[in-house]
Design a protein around this ligand. Structure first.
Ligand code: LLP
Length: 414
């Protein structure tokens, strides 16, 4: 186990978390290298019996050192912006293993992706197809495109992270997709290579995914009948992690569930996991500033919704524990940050034995943690450390105060 207690002291691999907090300060993100690598390999191994590519969803955690680890394993990447593309390149990732998702690709982003030669654009609308065709034609190249269909299945997850229903903004209605493929095939700047879907995130059941796949395979067959050959099938990301008592399916269970559906089909399989690779590999470490007893008992800590937004934004529950044992009596605390918002909560009603200055660790913070951090209330964003055995590497420095106004200009006239 890469994150756990030894002699009642929380460790990430062989590093005691309290020592990391002393050395690097708090709030602090800490990740386990071994955990990330094992999670990626589990995904890769699960699909070893067919041609496949695991494309890590950069949005879950785009820190360069983490992308570098994954690139070294041979990972592909799923990006949603020109910024994420440059991050992948900076980290040594391979553009030819990179797919570009997202509903709002700009001309400049499309040009750059064509220039570096990505694997495919996951196209989300007809207007986007036209734009990519025009840009590619202007530059005298052909753009590889995969059409993201909206399979109209209920992913049975939080509505904010559900994307595969007809009323969501994502993808092209599967019922219209044949006509859209026919149009795409006729555009001179495009080469139709794929079919893809992504139905939502933090999935705890496989049935909606299998359902979306069957519907997509039906479409694939209708396309084949019209002479449109699809080279790759991209099933998106979405496998959940254990925040509380969920029992999310493993990548092996996913592979087993879809194997019969894919029997006899030769398409290369792509997937875009984010959370499942990095979520459980990370902690947010924070220190208690004040204990404030009263009608509710509050523990005011030095991390806030600006560092970890999920509890405030989605009412998400993430496990919180003390880093070292204390002598205090356990009480039920609301763990809140210093930001001037009632929503600034990391966890409500948690039974914890807290002393002033206690260190707390919030679990499941490796995905959609730092990437969603902001500087609201003029708070510098936290540092990030990657643990590798008994070594800790500072992979991102804590922001300095001067970073808060970098690029700003005072008025130069009275
Ligand atoms: N592919 C596409 C096209 C996506 O939109 C997403 C996530 C993924 C892959 C990766 O999904 P994952 O394997 O991580 O579930 N901030 C929210 C999650 C938003 C997910 C958005 N799309 C949260 O903190 O729960």
């Amino acid at each position: 186990m890469s994150i756990g207690r030894h002699n009642d002291r929380l460790h990430v691999e062989q590093c005691p978390v309290d020592a990391l907090a002393e050395r690097y300060g708090t709030p602090l993100y800490v990740y386990s290298r071994a955990h990330i690598e094992a999670a990626w390999r589990a995904y890769d191994d699960a699909f070893a019996d067919r041609d496949h590519l695991v494309c890590y969803a950069v949005k879950a955690n785009g820190s360069l050192a983490i992308l570098q680890l994954l690139a070294r394993l041979g990972s592909g990447f799923d990006i949603v912006s020109g910024g994420e593309l440059e991050r992948v390149l900076q980290a040594g990732g391979d553009p030819r293993r990179t797919v570009f998702s997202g509903v709002g690709k700009t001309v400049a982003e499309i040009e750059r992706a064509l220039e570096v030669g990505i694997l495919a654009f996951n196209v989300e609308s007809e207007a986007e197809l036209e734009r990519i065709d025009a840009v590619a034609t202007r530059h005298g190249v052909t753009a590889p495109v995969s059409i993201r269909v909206n399979p109209d299945v209920d992913a049975r997850t939080h509505p904010y992270i559900s994307t595969g229903l007809r009323e969501n903004k994502f993808g092209i209605d599967i019922h219209d997709a044949e006509a859209v493929y026919a149009r795409a095939a006729a555009m001179p700047g495009l080469r139709v290579t794929g079919l893809d879907f992504h139905i939502g995130s933090q999935l705890t059941e496989l049935e909606p995914l299998a359902d979306a796949l069957s519907r997509s395979l039906g479409l694939l067959d209708r396309l084949a009948a019209q002479g449109v050959q699809i080279e790759h099938l991209d099933i998106g990301g979405g496998l959940g992690i254990r925040y509380q008592d969920e029992t999310p399916p493993t990548p092996a269970a996913l592979a087993d569930a879809i194997r019969p559906l894919l029997a006899g089909r030769s398409q290369r399989l792509l997937m875009e996991p984010g959370r499942a690779l990095v979520g459980e590999a990370g902690l947010l470490v924070t220190r208690v500033e004040y204990l404030k007893p009263g009608h509710r008992d509050f523990a005011i800590v030095d991390a806030a919704m600006t560092d970890l937004l999920r509890p405030a934004l989605y009412d998400a529950w993430q496990r919180i524990e003390t880093v070292t044992p204390g002598n205090a009596e356990p009480r039920r605390y609301d763990i809140v940050g210093p930001v001037c918002e009632t929503a600034d909560v990391l966890g409500r009603d948690r039974a914890l034995a807290l002393e002033p200055d206690a260190l707390l660790a919030v679990h499941g913070a490796g995905a959609y943690g730092f990437v969603m951090a902001s500087q609201y209330n003029a708070r510098p964003r936290p540092a990030e450390v990657l643990v590798d055995g008994d070594q800790a590497h500072l992979i991102r420095e804590r922001e300095a105060l001067a970073d808060l106004w970098r690029g700003e200009h005072l008025l130069d006239r009275p």
